[in-house]
Design a protein around this ligand. Structure first.
Ligand code: ADP
Ligand code: MG
Length: 764
């Protein structure tokens, strides 16, 4: 692979990502929209699109940009106004892309994202005033329209009434007509504005005044409500972005005095000491170095829970310091902190579009031309055959009114968007809209044991010392010496591992042996065998610390020892002889049993998969009501098992937390990582339970089912109503009023249907 070119530098989030061929392929696979990838230096970059107000225009812009030969792929997310482009040199195409946007919607621009540049209060003020003015003009137009209708029907003064109608038409639809004209001059003919203008001017021409204006009026109402819905969901995204702090107070020790210095959070380095006063947000991940306070993690986990922290405790970026002033040490830079993971995931989530959404975008591209063609044929054929021009032109005009696929292009993405927002509020992070869609196919949930279903916080239950150990220590040795000896051997192995067993054992040893300094000074060579244990060597000496499989591999005979296999056992051997064992036990998490019961009730098959021994695994599974257990499974075998399950049937969800769960998380249909889990797991997963609460699983499955149902019902409803109106139209039953309902009415109903998802925030 050739070296990738350097791109424009962004200090903030990783707006520019250089992708290797491999990564794109993986991503493409993950998102199911694999395109031909040739061996180019492709770069992924995200831009911001401004001044685009209609969802269908957004879909068109995305299609046109995708058609550029230099573009590998372009994804435009209307909800976040972001455009993600994969190309060799995206910046070079910026002008071209901006022009495309501008031809489709006048004044639309595509720009680089500049986190420092925010809209000024004055700009926002101007925009609000502009919107208000439009609304007032429309309202006046509406009153004139009503007066017109009154005069038309009651007083029968046609001339005055028509004058009023024309005036109200200009107020309500003038802008639509103007935009249509502007777009025509740019070569954009078949857009909604044009079709609406033709339909209404046509209706005027054949003397159907009230209908003509009615269409415009309801079109405006639809537009107004769309605007509100889009604003509501955009504010959801903004609320997540608000979790990020801009500035941090850095503490610099300068000779005798300490200085407090305000710096950008992007500039915080690992090891920096930061001052956190009450009310401030934790800017990057870190730990408390002095002081104590309560923190509110709810912005991240969705659970209102105040946690007391003191020296040594961890702090997650995005949480709020509630009471005291503390000093914290940064353990991660902003780019690697939880808060960035969350913000990026949400961005990606809305960008990776579900199949249904992509289908709708493609459908929208053909829908309008087809309807327009049908309208033309109807007008011409109907007029020629029957000779009744007015009737058939009127029918054709009603078709034009329903020629916009707005209801679909707006409501379907909105549904997935709302779904992602609703679960995010509860501390469940979806890394793709596509996840929401995949969740509906899940039938079987497979859990990792340690750290996922259990606390992963092992307690030492019992220690066994063998005859060999005493022989080695000599005749004076007593029990406490044996303990110290055995634990020392375990220590030199386990202090080098991040495995929950190792962490727990190391912690227990630190409680039991006062001075570990001498042991730390001995330079053992330590290797970790995944799924087996640890090997420490120093010259001729070899210490093993792990399970039976490890002993087997190094030809240590364990058969003559009566080892306890009730719990998890760590066997310790030196130079081929068993020295003893440490039995440890883990506890089932408080929420595991309830969570599994809920999932079973919802009809999911549940299995557990673990590297731990058979008896322990079975016992734990029995405690939690799990029917199927795979035990003594090596990490790479876990992946094979999941792959086998996927082949046999569709819809496997894997829930895990460990380093060795990474491949399995990526390989399952949906991989769920615990927020408390390792970075590897969090990176590889499709979903992260930031609150580490297993009860979230049932919730997210329910919400995703609901979201998919809403999306599908919107599609069926919108297409159904439009088809019905066209059919009725052909039989002369549908009027332009029906068409208005099929257009603006259906859009509003679909949107309202999507918005019901927001109500699901308290689902149990
Ligand atoms: P799980 O699937 O339960 O998360 P792993 O695959 O990580 O477990 O480990 C499986 C088994 O390997 C453990 O139950 C333990 O017996 C052994 N093991 C793994 N790492 C260690 C270690 N650092 N020290 C001792 N034993 C270990
Ligand atoms: Mg685990």
């Amino acid at each position: 692979m050739k070296k990738l070119k350097k791109e424009g530098k962004f200090k903030n989030l990783s707006m520019t990502k250089k992708l290797s061929k491999n990564k794109i392929e993986n991503k493409a696979k993950a998102h199911n929209f694999k395109k031909e990838i040739d061996d180019k230096n492709l770069i992924e970059k995200v831009y911001i699109v401004e001044n685009v107000d209609c969802a269908n225009c957004a879909a068109k812009i995305e299609r046109r940009i995708n058609n550029l030969p230099e573009i590998q792929s372009a994804t435009y997310t209307f909800a976040t106004q972001k455009l993600k482009v994969v190309a060799e040199n995206p910046d070079k195409l910026l002008d071209k892309m901006s022009k495309i946007a501008d031809t489709i919607e006048p004044n639309a621009t595509i720009n680089e994202i500049n986190p420092k540049r925010k809209k000024s209060a004055r700009q926002i003020d101007i925009e609000i005033k502009k919107k208000k003015r439009k609304e007032i003009v429309a309202l006046i137009g509406f009153f004139i329209y009503i007066t017109g209708i009154g005069i038309y029907h009651l007083m029968d003064i046609e001339k005055v009434a028509v004058g009023l109608f024309v005036f109200s038409y200009i107020l309500l639809g003038g802008e639509v007509v103007l935009t249509a004209l502007k777009n025509i001059s740019r070569g954009q003919i078949f857009d909604e504005n044009f079709l609406m203008s033709i339909a209404t001017i046509g209706a005027f021409a054949i003397g159907e005044y009230p209908e003509a204006i009615g269409v415009m009026f309801f079109y405006r109402i639809g537009e107004f409500l769309e605007d509100k819905a889009v604003d509501k969901s955009r504010s959801q995204i903004d609320s997540i972005n608000a979790l990020k702090s801009e500035k941090a107070i850095l503490i610099v020790e300068d000779k005798e005095k300490t200085i407090e210095k305000e710096i950008d959070v992007e500039d915080v380095k690992v090891g920096d000491i930061i001052l956190l006063k009450a009310g401030m947000r934790v800017p990057v991940d870190g730990k408390v170095v002095s002081g104590e306070t309560s923190v509110d993690k709810s912005p991240i986990t969705g659970e209102t829970l105040q946690i007391f922290v003191e020296e040594g405790d961890e702090l997650v970026s995005g949480s709020i310091n509630l009471t005291g002033t503390i000093k914290m040490e940064a353990t991660k830079i902003l780019k690697e902190s939880m808060i960035t993971t969350i913000i990026n995931a949400i961005d990606e989530a809305v960008e990776s579009k579900p199949k249904m959404e992509r289908f709708i975008t493609r459908f929208a591209a053909v829908y309008t031309p087809i309807v327009v063609a049908v309208a033309l044929i109807t007008a011409i054929a109907g007029s020629i055959i029957t000779g009744n021009h007015d009737k058939w032109v009127y029918i054709a005009l009603t078709f034009l009114v329903i020629s916009c696929p707005c209801a679909l292009v707006l409501s379907v993405p909105m549904t997935y968007f709302a779904g992602i927002g609703v679960v995010a509020k509860q501390g469940i992070l979806f890394k793709g809209g596509i996840v929401l869609e995949r969740l509906k196919n899940i039938k079987h949930i497979v859990f990792d044991k340690t750290g996922t279903l259990t606390k992963g916080n092992f307690q030492v239950e019992k220690m066994v010392y063998t005859q060999e150990l005493f022989t080695e220590m000599g005749i004076d040795a007593d029990r406490s010496m044996a303990e110290k000896n055995l634990l020392s051997m375990a220590y030199v192995c386990e202090k080098n591992s991040q495995h929950p067993i190792a962490v727990s054992i190391t912690k227990a040893i630190k409680d039991r042996i006062d001075n570990l300094e001498p042991l730390n000074k001995i330079a053992y060579q330590v290797v970790e065998e995944k799924g087996k244990g640890m090997i420490a060597t120093l010259g001729e000496e070899q210490i093993l610390c792990g399970n039976e499989r490890l002993m087997e591999k190094y030809n240590v005979d364990v058969t003559k020892h009566l080892l306890d296999f009730q719990g998890t056992v760590v066997i310790i051997a030196k130079n081929g002889k068993v020295m003893g064992s440490i039995s440890i036990s883990d506890q089932v998490k408080d929420d595991s049993v309830e969570a599994i019961e809920k999932l079973k009730k919802q009809g999911y098959k549940i299995s557990m998969i673990t590297g731990d021994n058979k008896d322990t695994a079975k016992h734990m599974a029995w405690k939690m009501g799990i029917d199927e257990v795979f035990s003594e499974i090596l990490p790479h075998e876990k992946f094979k098992i999941i792959k086998g399950m996927r082949k046999a049937k569709k819809g496997i969800m894997f829930v895990g937390d460990g380093i060795n769960d990474g491949p399995v998380l990526a390989g399952a249909d949906v991989g769920v990582a615990m927020g408390s889990g390792t970075d590897v797991a969090i990176q590889a997963a499709d979903v992260v339970l930031l609150n580490s609460n297993l009860n979230s699983l049932a919730k997210m499955l329910k919400i995703s089912k609901k979201a998919n149902f809403i999306a599908i019902s919107n599609v069926v409803f919108a297409i159904g109503v439009k088809l019905a109106v066209m059919l009725f139209g052909l039989f002369g039953i549908a009027s332009m009023w029906t068409a208005v309902f099929a257009d603006s009415g259906v859009t509003v109903l679909c949107l309202l249907n999507s918005m019901t998802l927001f109500k699901y925030k308290d689902i149990e």
